[in-house]
Design a protein around this ligand. Structure first.
Ligand code: GLA
Length: 731
């Protein structure tokens, strides 16, 4: 017995010895450490993911989730393996699955080397190379950490050198593990016109999946982002929260699996549904980026970190300005002509916005686009509507003193179009089954390089012929239907992935050639909202639902993940029970525009809107680039409030909305956030209807940031659909 325990101690000691040579890799931000560590067997595990650790020696000694010696002396490789492959000793969902040339479906990945590149003083890239010991398969993990913003993004490259192509059927961007007594998932689901609706559930043993199979966009029924409250439900200002989002404008999948010991495993990546990928020798399969953060002070902090990171590093023209605009879609649909549009341009000028945006309906001659059943693909201006073409409109806008923007949908085709008549094989469509149409259109096959050239050519022609065109609204109204690419033939399993890669090829060529053009990402409302798309698009359309009440929720939810300057919001005539002021005040908290004719407004309303645009222009940098605070949630009662605080804390804008106040309801003061407690701020209510005076008790008074954050201001009212915009200026 004594001998056995001595032997066991010796084994432990030798394990400790080996462990001394274990490689420790730290991916860190200013607040968070993700510690990865090799086991004595040479595979790599997540040793820690949480608040920054202070003692280097303790980091080096971490061993909790790493392969350990068993009582019989052997070392069990089970643990939190960073990129577990199918067929190894872990019985839960793997990140990676491959079938080798000999039919073997397993892979064991061993650590080979790593390097850390300093991209700049704030950004580091850690590259970790893994390889199978029995097959020539290499996996490279990339982690890019943004110290100040507390964000990490990660992606993976897969490569092999077997004789023939191999099949990969799982290829996650990342896998992360958590140990917590409870996990609460915030997921976002919806449909056209009810985008990103929040629901919460506790994750218990087993798997929960969020995925989509829409092909041409990430979202509609499920959204490519989530939050997990660790230990308690997600809260705005307290608690530990993990927030993740995938940058992929196509099918994605998040798998949340609570295992036998109540640990949570989160796998994020492309949805491998119908997409087993055949990888040629030496071809590199690069996964999308998974972007994540941990907050120790609630989800508000995580949002602000994501916003700052996106503006600094990811969002197209993240630090640049944005154009305010007047759009004609809601008022005219496709029924307009040059003269009518000329009037709209003058209205835009009168409003004071930067640009007039012409929406759908300007193209097609053989099949003029008078409804959405024809002409997609025929990008020639309809002569009977626009005898002087787009050039004539750009000129007219110039004369009116505004910029000009144009709607396009270059990834789609209507069967009733000259393009389809000429190239029926350019559409994704089954050769042997009846065709199913979504919005009477088909998706062009962007896995085909010729179609990519066509799609780029459409936009290139418009932009090269009209160098003054300032803006595009780039739409994508149909998911992929009739899943068959005439180009890919027997490799249909590549369609979902190659199509999205084809789309990136097109949009990248456009933005490389025309970097100054602002482009809105739109997809039948807000179905395209992901961080890979936003590398090329400077904003996205949150929803066709512009009812201001619904929008308060939609905007609240998108702001969890995306910066305000990327979220387009327009004043329209949806919900006329709400005043023009309420509708304007709701749109004005985001990237602001109008989609309503001045003719629908009386003189006071017109004057109000003109003043609101002037206020927005004055406060634009604070609203678009400031820190954003969600103060009162619309989910918590009958009111909601948000605020933006400028970088220097000298200026702030507070928005308050009374949605459905109750009779004799007790109101609580709104406690502001993000101000300098030592500064004194003058309070001024703006965006008042002509002739109205502010009834805010604090109006035109001066309070310290300390007072405003600890005591707050009484800005809520008993009036239904009432709103306030309040400017704070440090004196
Ligand atoms: C989509 C967009 C709308 C509008 C129409 C035009 O639905 O979301 O804003 O542009 O297309 O057809």
């Amino acid at each position: 017995m004594k001998n056995v325990s001595i032997l066991f101690l010796l084994i432990i000691a030798s394990f400790m010895n080996v462990s001394a040579q274990q490689t420790v890799i730290k991916v860190s931000t200013n607040e968070t450490d993700l510690v990865l560590k090799t086991s004595p067997l040479g595979r790599i595990y997540q040793a820690y993911f949480g608040e920054k650790l202070l003692n280097e020696s303790e980091i080096q000694a971490l061993s909790h989730f790493i392969a350990r010696p068993s009582s019989d002396g052997s070392v069990t490789p089970r643990g939190w393996e960073v990129y577990p492959a199918s067929g190894n000793e872990d019985y839960f969902e793997p990140a990676f699955a491959i079938q080798h040339n000999d039919g073997n479906m397993t892979s064991y990945l061993y650590y080979k080397s790593h390097e850390v590149k300093n991209i700049d003083s704030n950004v580091k890239e850690t590259i970790i190379r893994l390889a199978d010991d029995k097959y020539p398969v290499e996996v490279t993990l990339h982690y890019m950490s943004f110290a100040k913003e507390n964000i990490i993004k990660t992606w993976t490259e897969i490569k092999h050198n077997e004789k023939k192509p191999v099949n990969i059927s799982k290829y996650a961007s990342a896998m992360l593990y958590f140990e917590s007594p409870a996990y609460y998932l915030n997921e976002y689901s919806g449909d056209w016109s009810k985008e990103a609706q929040l629901s919460t559930q506790e994750l218990k043993f087993g798997k929960k999946m969020i995925d989509t199979k829409l092909g041409s966009r990430a979202a509609m029924h499920a959204y490519p982002f989530f939050q997990i409250g660790l230990g308690e439900e997600v809260k705005e200002d307290k608690g530990k929260v993990f927030v993740g989002t995938i940058g992929w404008t196509g099918n994605f999948r998040f798998t949340f699996e609570v295992d036998n010991v109540n640990n949570l495993r989160v796998i994020s990546g492309i949805n491998p549904y119908a997409s087993t990928y055949e990888l040629k020798p030496n071809e590199i399969f690069t996964t999308p980026e998974f972007i994540f953060t941990l907050s120790y002070n609630g989800v508000g902090k995580a949002s602000r970190d994501l916003h700052a990171w996106a503006r600094n590093y990811q969002l197209k023209d993240g630090k640049g300005d944005r154009l305010t605009l007047l759009n004609n879609w809601e008022a005219t649909g496709p029924n307009f002509n040059e003269e009518i549009l000329g009037e709209w341009m003058h209205e835009a000028k009168k409003l004071g916005v930067d640009m007039f945006l012409l929406d759908d309906g300007w193209f097609g001659n053989k099949y003029p686009r008078f409804d959405d059943k024809r002409a997609l693909g025929d990008w020639e201006p309809t002569r009977e509507k626009l005898p002087n073409g787009v050039q004539g409109l750009v000129k007219k806008a110039k004369e009116a003193g505004v910029k000009f923007g144009l709607w396009v949908e270059p990834e789609m085709v209507n069967p009733k179009s000259e393009l389809f008549e000429k190239h029926p094989d350019w559409a994704i469509k089954l050769p042997n089954r009846e065709t199913y149409y979504y919005r009477s259109q088909l998706v062009l096959d962007l896995s085909n390089p010729q179609v990519q050239d066509y799609s780029f050519g459409v936009v290139d022609k418009i932009l090269s012929e009209n160098p003054d065109l300032a803006y595009l609204k780039w739409d994508c109204n149909s998911p992929i239907t009739n899943i068959y690419s005439p180009y890919l033939k027997e490799k249909q399993n590549h369609l979902y992935i190659d199509h999205v890669r084809g789309f990136y090829n097109v949009i990248k060529r456009v933005t490389d050639k025309y970097p100054h053009v602002e482009i809105m990402m739109c997809s039948g409302g807000g179905a395209r909202c992901d961080y890979e798309g936003l590398k090329y698009f400077s904003e996205f359309w949150c929803s066709d639902n512009t009812d201001p009440v619904d929008r308060l929720y939609i905007q609240w939810n998108f702001s969890q993940f995306f910066p305000i300057k990327a979220m387009a919001a327009h004043v329209t005539s949806w919900n006329k029970a709400a005043s023009i002021k309420f509708r304007t005040d709701v749109a004005m908290m985001c990237k602001f525009g109008f989609d309503i004719s001045l003719k629908e407004m009386n003189a006071d309303e017109q004057k109000f809107c003109t003043e609101a645009v002037a206020n927005y222009n004055r406060l634009k940098r604070v609203i678009l680039d400031g820190n954003f605070f969600r103060l009162v949630s619309p989910y918590d009662g009958n009111h909601t409030s948000v605020m933006h605080v400028g970088e220097s804390k000298d200026k702030a804008v507070l928005f308050t909305y009374d949605i459905n106040p109750l009779y004799k309801e007790k109101y609580y003061p709104i406690k502001l956030q993000g101000l300098d407690p030592m500064k004194k701020y003058r309070i001024r209510e703006i965006n008042l209807m002509p002739g109205a005076t502010s009834r805010l008790a604090e109006n035109d008074k001066v309070y310290s940031g300390d007072y405003l954050m600890k005591i707050g201001i009484d800005a809520f009212t008993a009036t239904r659909l009432n709103s306030r915009v309040i400017e704070l200026t440090a004196e």
